[in-house]
Design a protein around this ligand. Sequence first.
Ligand SMILES: Nc1nc2c(ncn2[C@@H]2O[C@H](COP(=O)(O)OP(=O)(O)OP(=O)(O)O)[C@@H](O)[C@H]2O)c(=O)[nH]1
Ligand SMILES: [Mg+2]
Length: 334
Amino acid sequence: MKFIDEALVTVQSGDGGKGCVSFRREKYVPRGGPDGGDGGKGGNVVIKTSPRKRTLYHLRFKRHFRAKNGASGLGKRKTGRNGADATIEVPAGTLVFDTDTDHLICDLVTAHETYIIARGGRGGQGNARFKTSTNRAPRFAQPGASGEILNLKLELKLLADIGIIGLPNAGKSTLLSKISAASPKIADYPFTTLTPNLGVVHTEWAEPFVVADIPGLIEGAHQGAGLGTHFLKHIERTRMLLHLIDASTVDPHNPLSAFQTVNSELCQHNRALNTKPQLIVLNKLDIIDTQKAVDAVRTALDRDDIMTISAATGQGLDQLKSKLVNMLDAENGD
Ligand SMILES: Nc1nc2c(ncn2[C@@H]2O[C@H](COP(=O)(O)OP(=O)(O)OP(=O)(O)O)[C@@H](O)[C@H]2O)c(=O)[nH]1
Ligand SMILES: [Mg+2]
């Protein structure tokens, strides 16, 4: 399940400000001597990992990052102001390559990590610094050093934020295809999905997130039945689960059977999976008489946060996306 997000950006650090040529001029102080201050330092371009970012998608719209130049030095030995840094926010896990040399510059692993990718130029020295016993009135100052320009390729191996689990045929792949640009194979027989598929979900109001469609689980999966739990290791790394249930197959006398089968397989594979936040979603609400099944599941679980959708018609998908965004933000501690 390799899914790489890529972005090309150009970064430019700020030039250093030039040094100042100036002489002290004050009443009653004849020949006050040189007092030109140094130029300010150019700003750096900094790459920073932010837990709010989940993909590199935002870099499709902003590809140039330029830090500000340092200001020139001033009289009275005043140093020019330093140029402001430019910051590129990326998710943890981003690799940064120099596209001109293909060299890996840095591998940002943890949250809130910062790396100076392009250093600002040094400010030039003002003439006050060049005063010597033989040249007491230097009429020159240094120019600032130039910033650097780099072409970068950012690469991120996407990990799913959300794993869709459920029995075969629940509509997991259909749901993924409706909320993302992924086009997994969809069919009315079980085990259509043989390997997990990833899709990026975009909304107009939130940071994109990544959803994985996991092959269907059946009873005995932890012992190898069906496709087994081979793919559950992908679920282990997701932050939350979307448990999809086909409402048209819910037995009103035993409404939780599908739900319990899948959860017990998860748990037998790895107990920790049971503690992952799980959103329960009933699918295929376009089929008649499914409302009874929904009510039965709601009553049996005694939870009112169960969502209902039809992946086929698109009913309820906007509400579902908002709910997922809220849950991910809550996980982030926002
Ligand atoms: N009526 C109706 N049919 C649906 C809906 N969602 C999915 N289906 C159908 O259900 C069948 C199974 O859908 P898939 O998306 O392949 O199911 P899956 O959960 O990915 O199945 P596996 O990959 O085999 O585990 C397909 O025939 C879909 O067209 C829905 O909302 N309404
Ligand atoms: Mg599928």
